[in-house]
Design a protein around this ligand. Structure first.
Ligand code: SF4
Length: 747
């Protein structure tokens, strides 16, 4: 910390709340008299090197926003009336403890579901609370098919025994100047728009940094974006058909012998079986399925395979494919058989930095934190564990499509309460939003931990607990590198961090199990594998790059650094990259990737397509708003006042719609308002609109719920829908709709 003229400057690391995102950038917080006065990118931090997005730069407006919830609240009127009164933290904790214990005693701990949003700094605190309470039902409620990163994680894990990311030198302290690193000759950017967002521990602008150093781009995206217009090849596929494209590329590379024969020979299992499978995906058939010209598929596949090194950076669109895990498996095969796994400029294996667990991704990490007995006992009761092998064996999440139906029906066992944290379920991620509204209203008790009122707090909360932003909390992060900590530099009202809130509650539910004296004590315990303390990390600027060894590239399989037994090879049953997945075979699933047509499409539902001839793409990211957040922040909202829908000029003409006109997007699920934006970025039979819209300036109490019923696009997303594995498939990018003018011509 530096100080000049009474202004203290604190370097720190970002991980939700405030910016909302998956974080990891380094920022400098300027504080005067205990008040945050400015945020600036930290140029010494290797991850973002001083860069910052609009949301983090607007942090001051977020932290001191007049509508921020800064003390605990209890509902006094009926649910939805929006009447709350201030209570003390003691009363809040006592009430939550008493109500949840009462439900546990009557219905069992599994009757309480612990719901989070996306990969914010929550996976650690909420799984900690759920497991100390004894509930197996930790869930991203509303996220149909669990369609956010989990399918990609599963696809990598069942193939390589590890996760991987495109190598943009992010694991090396000297970054692009590190002699070990090599610039990728080409980067396939698949289903992601990296210039607007930094998801999953990856800083989007690294792609631009690589382009500046000579990387060519192959873009797989139905829309035109800044990046696609600078790509060497732009594959504008039909939404939901990425699986066919990946299998088609494998067909070309394998049949033309463009793969790395030495790597395949030495380090893969099941090559012949995979080769047989991809014969079904000839370039001509794939061109028909994806609507990408055959010649382009051939050229792009050959260019990728012949360019060494080459990397693949991917996004959410893959998780939302009907068989998301299988699509991720096929794309993982591309970088494996071309010899680009864990090599400079390829796709490097990514592990939580220094081996520190902050957010348990896998059952292995849960076992490490909570022990075999508890994890096994809970796994058997988890929603979806009997139906979906990956829910049981890969990731400790309850299956969200099944969870909401169980809340609604009470079968096979009742869900009586919800703890909702970092998740505006009703205004954000919930496909079948109306079903979520109706079902969650049936619960006996609902706690919401958030920073602002939103449709979820207004419609459901009995208790609202005020959460802290990243500038107001002590926490830690190891997703992927560097290892980082956040430290509290300001206090706003009575807000507490998610860790502080959940630590207190866990202590009340399991006093013997919670052996730490404080959150920092717990953090020190977790950091001990890195031989670091929280205090030391803060003093060294809040970050540290991974040491040589299992957590830092390259070619670790050749050095015995990946397997627990120290043998050469990969962390799989065979010790090889399993193109034929032994794990999936064991769990009774197809061991090889395959393509499945979207449940709604011109091919699978031609009659429905007749009625609703537009494929709706939602879920694109904005640098102004993170999911359903930030609509109340003036500096951000003034840049995008209204929710718009991108419509091709030909389509607008067909519907008689003009630019800026308020219209309805409609299907059998209902209709939602959007402002028309006539643009060539989308194809004539596609439209694109942002999700997570609600209007903080509108009335919050029922029936308005901040305009949720008019603007929440997920009211139109059907379900239940998930892949055969349990992970993947939410119809957020493939739902069929039509457009309708609003009679009175106004809002
Ligand atoms: S989006 Fe990127 S720059 Fe903005 S806060 Fe998150 S990690 Fe930092």
């Amino acid at each position: 910390m530096n100080e000049r003229d009474g202004v203290k400057v604190y370097p720190t690391v970002v991980w939700s709340a405030g910016a909302g995102c998956h974080g990891n950038c380094g920022q400098k917080l300027y504080v005067k008299d205990g008040k945050l006065i400015k945020v600036e990118g930290d140029e010494s931090h290797p991850w973002n090197q001083g860069r910052a997005c609009p949301r983090v730069l607007a942090l001051k407006q977020y932290v001191y926003h007049p509508d921020r919830i800064v003390y605990p609240l209890k509902r006094v009127g009926k649910r939805g009336e929006g009447k709350f009164e201030r209570i003390t933290w003691d009363e809040a904790f006592d009430t939550c403890e008493a109500r949840l214990k009462e439900i546990k005693d009557r219905f069992g701990p599994e009757a309480v579901i612990f719901c989070q949003g996306t990969g914010r700094d929550i996976g650690g605190p909420i799984s900690f609370l759920a497991y100390n309470f004894g509930s197996p039902n930790w869930c991203q409620l509303g996220l149909s098919g669990q369609s956010c990163y989990t399918p990609r994680l599963a696809g990598m894990k069942i193939t390589m025994g590890d996760f991987a990311v495109a190598d943009c030198s992010q694991f090396l302290e000297k970054r692009y100047d590190d002699p070990e690193w090599e610039v990728p000759k080409v980067i396939i950017v698949w289903g992601n728009n990296p210039t607007t967002t930094d998801p999953d521990g990856f800083f989007g602008h690294w792609i631009v940094d690589c382009m500046k150093r000579g990387s060519e781009i192959i873009s797989v995206d139905p829309r035109y974006t800044w990046l696609t217009t600078r790509a060497k090849y732009h594959l504008r596929l039909r939404p939901g058909t990425g699986g066919a494209l990946a299998l088609g590329m494998l067909n070309i590379i394998m049949n033309e012998g463009l793969y790395d024969k030495e790597f395949v020979e030495k380090w893969t299992y099941g090559f012949d079986e995979l080769k047989e499978r991809v014969q079904e995906y000839t370039p001509s058939r794939v061109a028909e399925i994806t609507e990408v010209p055959e010649g382009l598929i051939l050229e792009a596949s050959r260019y990728y395979a012949k360019s060494r090194p080459a990397a693949i950076h991917w996004g959410l669109a893959i998780d939302m494919e009907p068989e998301g895990t299988s699509v991720a498996q096929a794309i993982t095969h591309l970088w494996c058989i071309t010899g680009n796994l864990d090599v400079p400029g390829g796709n490097v294996i990514a592990r939580p930095s220094h081996g520190v667990t902050t957010y348990p991704y896998t059952t292995e990490e849960l076992l490490g934190l909570y022990g075999e007995d508890l994890v096994k006992k809970l796994t058997d009761k988890r929603i979806g564990t009997k139906e979906y092998p990956l829910v049981k064996n890969f990731r400790g999440w309850a299956q969200p499509d099944m969870a909401i139906e169980q809340i609604d029906t009470g079968k096979p066992y009742p869900i009586k309460a919800a703890w909702i944290q970092t998740a505006n379920v009703l205004g954000g991620q919930a496909a079948r939003a109306k079903l979520h509204y109706d079902a969650l209203k049936k619960l006996d008790f609902v706690v919401v931990v958030d920073l602002f009122h939103n449709p979820t707090t207004m419609a459901l909360a009995d208790i609202v607990l005020p959460a802290a932003t990243f500038a107001e909390k002590d926490s830690f992060r190891s997703w992927w590198a560097p290892l980082g900590v956040m430290h509290k530099v300001i206090q706003v009202g009575e807000c507490k961090s998610d860790w502080e809130i959940n630590f207190e509650m866990a202590k009340r539910f399991n006093p013997e199990g919670v052996k730490w004296n404080s959150v920092v004590d717990l953090i020190n315990d977790r950091l001990s594998v890195a031989n670091r303390t929280f205090k030391e990390m803060v003093e060294k600027g809040c970050w540290e790059m991974p040491p040589d060894g299992p957590f830092k590239p390259y070619r670790r399989h050749e050095r015995g650094l990946l397997r627990a037994d120290g043998k050469l090879g990969f962390n799989t049953e065979t010790g090889k990259v399993e193109l034929w997945s032994k794990a999936l075979e064991t769990w009774g699933l197809d061991p090889l990737p395959r393509y499945v047509e979207p449940p709604q499409s011109p091919v699978s539902t031609p009659d429905l397509y007749e009625k609703y001839p537009l494929i709706m793409i939602t879920g694109a990211r904005s640098s102004l708003f993170f999911h359903s957040e930030h609509r109340m922040i003036p500096w951000l909202r003034e840049k995008e006042m209204d929710p718009f829908v991108e419509i091709h000029p030909e389509t607008a003409k067909k519907y008689g719609i003009y630019d800026g006109e308020w219209i309805y997007i409609k299907n059998d699920m209902g209709r939602v308002k959007r402002k028309a934006k006539i643009t060539l970025t989308v194809k004539p039979n596609h439209i694109q609109t942002l999700h997570g819209w609600w209007m903080p300036e509108m009335k919050g109490s029922e029936p308005d719920l901040f305009g949720m019923w008019d603007y929440q696009i997920n009211l139109l997303i059907p379900g239940p829908q998930c892949s055969s594995s349990g992970f993947g498939g939410g119809q957020y990018k493939t739902t069929l709709v039509t457009l309708e003018k609003i009679k009175e011509g106004g809002k």
